[in-house]
Design a protein around this ligand. Sequence first.
Ligand SMILES: [Zn+2]
Length: 134
Amino acid sequence: MERQSKIDISGVNERTVDFVLARRALLRAFGRGEVLKTEICDAQPELMRAALNLGKPKSSICPICRDTKLVSVYFAFGPKLPAHGRCLNSESEIDSILSRHIDAKVYEVEVCLNCKWNHLDRLLAPFVFGEESA
Ligand SMILES: [Zn+2]
């Protein structure tokens, strides 16, 4: 199957729905006191650094502290990429890495720079390779 040359980061897919449902369930559990803030506001220093330096501002406010706008951070994972993923900061960089790493996966993570809330938002690409094509 032909690979998309351009990644649509505004796109929605089935995996996105999974992530949205998981996020909603987590926030409901937090609201009921079943999950501690320290369990969900646990962004690692590296993620916080990436969010601070490369985060793309979102329009939505953090669901936990309700004080700060969220940012999106993009990470590519794949066999020839660093184990902790490679942080990407633009659509062109996402395109570039996918053209060089055929089996890479790119994830969008939302992060709050205030309370360290972080959640896997979306799998952006690819949709046509490996297990994702099944
Ligand atoms: Zn927050």
